[in-house]
Write a protein that binds this ligand. Sequence first.
Ligand code: SME
Length: 163
Amino acid sequence: MTASERETIYREAVATLDGEGSAGVRLHRLCDYLRQCIPAYDWVGFYLVVPGERLLVLGPFAGEPTEHLRIEFGRGICGQAAERRETFVVDDVRNQSNYLSCSVKVRAEIVVPVYHGGEVVGEIDIDSHSVAPFTEHDRMLLEGLALIVAPLVAQVAPASSAG
Ligand code: SME
């Protein structure tokens, strides 16, 4: 991805969030767009933080279904990114001990936290079947989108199981 391609994708991605539908529908549209537009993005989804809990639950996504519907903070790449409040880029998941496999085809993953009101409210998670496909452009694109989607992700946040 070049800087100019990144800018175009960013603009089109933001446009998918406009228009009809609930926050969940709009986030799903963004997942579909990114997956279709960027060949290396084989699975694109959101994990949502359960408010007040150290737990992520699967949100809108595009790609094959995953068995990882709930992930505790600290577990896997997603749980580590939520705990450390930082973007994780993994070039080859075969070298990771703390990794939760969704598919044997996955080689690389990038996870970008989404912040709202100073808290991590969710994450953008991308899996790729290629080794080391993610560059600084992917990080910049996704960190930019994380800022834009923050209010929508906060809206679809699951209810606390504590009631
Ligand atoms: N691989 C992730 C689990 C979620 S799936 O990629 C959809 C992880 O290690 O946290």
